[in-house]
Ligand binder design. Sequence first.
Ligand code: ATP
Ligand code: MG
Length: 395
Amino acid sequence: MNEIFLLKLGEVVLKGLNRFSFENKLKSNIARRMRPYGSFNVHIAQSTIYVEPQNDDCDVDGAWDACHTVFGIAAICRCRPCEKNLDAIFQAVEDYLGDDLSMAKSFKVESKRADKRFPMTSIQLSQEIGGRIAEAFPQVAVDVHNPDYTVYVEVREQAAYVHGPAEPGAGGLPTGMGGRAAVLLSGGIDSPVAGYMIAKRGVEIESIHFFSYPYTSEQAKEKVLELARLMTRYSGRMTVNVVGFTKVQEVIRDQCPEEYFTIIMRRFMMRIAERIARQDGCKCLVTGENLGQVASQTMEAMAVTGAVVDMPLFHPLIGMDKKDIIAIAQKIGTLETSILPYEDCCTVFTPRHPKTKPSLREVEAIEAKMDVEGLVAHAIENTEKVTVRYHGGNG
Ligand code: ATP
Ligand code: MG
């Protein structure tokens, strides 16, 4: 084929941690993510993954887009493979990068010689190819310090490769290296971003959504499933647990003082989420909470909410500014869906004056009069598991 992708590994290399299994995991993640786009050969050598389309039916642009969303990759480039001799390398530069080069003001060549049998040093190779480019593109100046465009030549084991500047990869660690987490997913802006952030650390995720039909509509549920589907572009296939939460909310409304509605509701969410998480082998819960955003997101309220669970609770957005959260939502493609109007179960029976500094003792005293276990069990029984994927197939 006349074009392939080179994917450079990220932190995997730096850490030296069990590198072999990291690399293999990454390789199989990429192979799986390429599948919807046709037949690709994926192999790894010298901390670089080679993704080669096998025939003309491959959707190379679709595959290239997908490469941007695979965690564990620092940088990616599309390149032209060629024979390992000067004429072939220069020919590849001219054919493959000629358009970019002719639009640049200045250029330099940077070479890497991974195949030490190649008879020139990388400096000699850069000089030779640079000289030929200068001749062929006389209007483009050579500038080795601050070039407008850089031509890269890599001489590797099987072939030489030429490419322009690399693009940033998705970063993070390969999915599947860091255990499994359950993300509490609402229809808002924050929780999909929180899920993305935790997934980026190599963690497999599933989602839990609390759904209070008919107080929240079928469209609100569809919206959350769509958000989950968008997240799978990064996380891979995902299970969404849609928890029937109506009864819990009605009982809270009927039996608790109004200013405690929100905090007690959130404690029920945590109890139910922990139960589902344990059943599914998740080792932590993740929320989109952000300190100080709303009444339930004070330190005091979060302490009372967190006191009810016995597994790590992660809040990846806790210290971020809203505009930075929004920028990530935009980048990962969830923002547009998040800002569609919707009702969340949090907005059902919202107290006029929620307690911003609830005391654990008071909350526990109120809950002591409720059938907590019965309500949790009822919600678990009324949970529907939905699988979402980015592509209809095995995305
Ligand atoms: P988001 O933008 O994620 O909705 P938020 O700023 O609206 O967050 P809250 O409504 O207080 O904040 O919710 C805080 C967190 O609680 C959410 O980020 C989410 O993790 C979880 N959460 C809230 N409502 C639900 C729900 N209906 N189902 C599942 N999790 C929820
Ligand atoms: Mg919300």
